[in-house]
Design a protein around this ligand. Structure first.
Ligand SMILES: NC(=O)c1ccc[n+]([C@@H]2O[C@H](COP(=O)([O-])OP(=O)(O)OC[C@H]3O[C@@H](n4cnc5c(N)ncnc54)[C@H](OP(=O)(O)O)[C@@H]3O)[C@@H](O)[C@H]2O)c1
Length: 335
């Protein structure tokens, strides 16, 4: 049996191009002792994957040139050599961008498509959902009546952060690109205010929205927007550094914050985090997120694009801002 896979051809400079990837067809092996063969259905496309193909120091080893691109994915067990999994089980794991994966059973999580369709397990019930939950609740710690500002507000993580802020009794301000994303977060998700950074000057818009300043700033984008938020911090504000997507393709090095003295003046904190460090508590967050989703109080949308061969162009959607919600690549729709 053979299966297709996306491999890294070159280390990209700036925005990854079509030429940085190669589509190959490979032999699929039999699962060894303690392994399963997974038929991959949906692959999660995440901004962090840009870091995984860079040689810059990071929290993980970069994908090797010629190696299959890493990615979180969901699929169906096609054959099992481990007592904990049976053919037909649905599982999530680090399967990579490929049609078939041999995976160690220890790294797999069983998922139930009866609770939610498979792509949702890569979004609100998966890694982005856990990121929004722990980043906001554990680090941002919004109090009722406080103001939470989030950038990347219409995306997988940001759209959940604003809604969880509202569920905690806080006010939610979202910064997103374009009128449609701004309409979506206010009219459909219930954010109090949206700032369109592509058509508005963010610093004065933030001042106008809440002159009493920002208690929690959840940053997904870095760069100038981070500086605009830093300039508006309230006393004892919490800045949560979740990501810096505006900097991931920079060819001139990362732009750091200029307005960081605001942390001193306002006795504020700025804290970075990696969601994987909350791994032992995912069940707790998934339970809460699942309840909110089931009761209709937490909404999430997925942007599912078909075709493993389209990976290079679909991946770029994250950096072009053309994804509407959690970006997912459909490799093989379930039968
Ligand atoms: N710390 C962690 O453990 C962790 C875990 C997951 C994700 N993250 C981070 O969370 C952030 C959001 O990830 P996601 O999966 O939710 O992605 P996403 O928001 O669903 O998609 C990326 C969005 O980023 C925005 N964007 C792209 N280039 C930008 C730029 N130059 N300036 C401002 N905005 C830009 C675009 O929206 P617009 O149209 O609004 O520009 C785009 O739709 C990323 O920084 C990611 O690395 C961190």
């Amino acid at each position: 049996m053979t299966g297709r896979a996306i491999r890294l051809k070159n280390r990209p400079v700036g925005l990854p191009s079509d030429d940085d990837w190669e589509l190959t067809t490979d032999e699929v092996a039999e699962p060894g002792e303690g392994e399963v063969l997974v038929e991959v259905n949906y692959v999660s496309l995440d901004p962090a994957m840009r870091g995984w193909i860079s040689e810059a120091a990071s929290y993980r080893k970069p994908v090797e040139i010629g190696g299959v691109m890493d990615a979180i994915a969901v699929g169906r067990v096609a054959a099992s050599n481990d007592a904990a999994f049976a053919e037909g089980d649905h599982v999530m794991g680090m399967f990579g961008v490929r049609e078939y994966a041999i995976a160690n059973a220890k790294g797999l999580q069983k998922i139930d498509p009866g609770i939610a369709p498979l792509p949702k397990w890569l979004g609100v019930l998966g890694m982005p959902g856990m990121t929004a939950y722990f980043g906001l609740v554990e680090i941002g710690k919004p109090q009722p009546g406080q103001t939470v500002v989030v950038s990347g507000a219409a995306g997988a993580v940001g759209s959940l952060v604003g809604q969880i802020a509202k569920l905690q009794g806080a006010r939610a301000v979202g910064i997103a690109g374009g009128p449609e994303k701004c309409r979506y977060i206010t009219e459909e998700l219930g954010f109090d205010v949206a700032i369109d950074y592509k058509n508005e000057d963010v610093a004065p818009a933030l001042r106008a929205a809440y002159p009493d300043r920002i208690d929690v700033y959840f940053d997904n984008v870095g760069g100038e927007i981070l500086d605009a938020a830093l300039a508006q911090l309230a006393f004892r504000a919490r800045v949560v550094i979740c990501g810096a997507i505006s900097q991931y393709n920079s060819t001139e090095g990362m732009r750091g914050p200029k307005n960081y003295m605001s942390l001193l003046v306002q006795n504020a904190t700025m804290t970075g985090f990696l969601v994987f460090h909350y791994g032992s508590r995912y069940a707790e967050a998934a339970q809460q997120m699942g309840e909110w989703v089931a009761s209709g109080r937490l909404k999430a949308r997925e942007d599912v694009e078909p075709g493993i061969e389209r990976f290079p162009e679909v991946f770029r959607k994250l950096f072009e801002g053309t994804n509407d919600g959690k970006l997912v690549l459909a490799v093989r729709e379930p039968a």
